[in-house]
Ligand binder design. Sequence first.
Ligand code: ATP
Ligand code: MG
Length: 280
Amino acid sequence: MHYAWNGNDFSHIMTPPILETKSLTRRFGTFTAVDTLDLTVSRGEIFGLLGSNGAGKTTTIKMLTTLLPPSFGDAFVAGFSVIHDAVKVRRAIGYVPQGVSADGSLTGYENLLIFAKLYDLPRREQQARIAEVLEYMGLTTDAGRLVAEFSGGMIRRLEIAQSMLHRPQLLILDEPTVGLDPIARDEVWKHLLDLRTRNSTTLFFTTHYMEEAEGYCDRVAIMHQGKIAALGTCKELEGLLGKGSHSLNEVFTHFAGSEIDTGGSFHEVAAERATAQRMG
Ligand SMILES: Nc1ncnc2c1ncn2[C@@H]1O[C@H](COP(=O)(O)OP(=O)(O)OP(=O)(O)O)[C@@H](O)[C@H]1O
Ligand SMILES: [Mg+2]
C-alpha cells in the first residue's frame, strides 16, 4: 500500500487508517451479502453503519473481526489484513456482537475474568485491567452481582467492558443499544463517548436508531443489498435529497429502500428474547 508524502505531516503518512476495506465481498452460495465494499475509517472517528434488516451489516462486521473469511477482497485493521494477519487484527479490535455474549449465571467480575484469561492478559495485570474497565463503564459497584440480575443496559455496558480489556484501538459494536430504553441507551453512549475522549478509541457500530447516527457519528454509511448506497456526515447525507430540509429518516428511506422500524420488529423482539432466555 502506498501513502503519498505531503512534505509536512510525517506522522500521518506513517500511520495507516484504523480501518480500510478493499472490494470486501462475501457470498453465501450464489447470494452476495456484501458486495465489493470500499470503506475507510480514520483513527478516533465514530462511524455508523446503517441499513435495513439483511443489508449486510453483520456480515461485514464478521469479516472485519476475522470470524468470517471474505469471498473476495480484503480489509485492513491498523494496517493488518484480516486474511493474512488475523491474530494481529484480533489484538487491535474489541468486538461487541449483536447477540448476548455475557453469562447470566456469573457475576460481572467473573465474566470479565474469563475474558481477561481469553485475551491472555498477564496474570499480574488482570485485576487492574478489570478494575479499569469496570470504572470506564460505570459498573464498579455492581461487579459482584449476578449478571442475570442486571438490566439490559448494564449487560451491554458489561459486554463493552469485556471487549475493552486488552485496550483495543478499534471497537466494533453490532447494535450496541438494541432493545434498550432511551435512558439506558443514553447511559451506554455516555460511556462510549467517554472512552473515545480518554483513549481515542475508534468506534465502528451498526444501529437502527437514526438519532444515534445524528447524535454521535462523525460519518455514517447507509448500506443496501450489500453495497454502500450513501456515505458522509449526517449533514451531507441530508443535503443529498436536494431542495428543502430532509431528515436522516427520509435519507434512510430513500437509500435503504425501506421504512425504519420504530421498535417491536421481529428482529428486536428476537434479540430481546434471546437476552431474556440467556439471563434466565
Ligand atoms: N451464514 C449465512 N448463510 C446464508 N445467508 C446468510 C448467512 N449470514 C447472513 N446471510 C444473509 O446475508 C444477508 C445479510 O445478513 P446480515 O446479517 O449481514 O444483515 P444485517 O444488515 O446485519 O441485518 P440486521 O439489521 O437484521 O441485523 C441476509 O440476507 C442474510 O440472510
Ligand atoms: Mg445484523
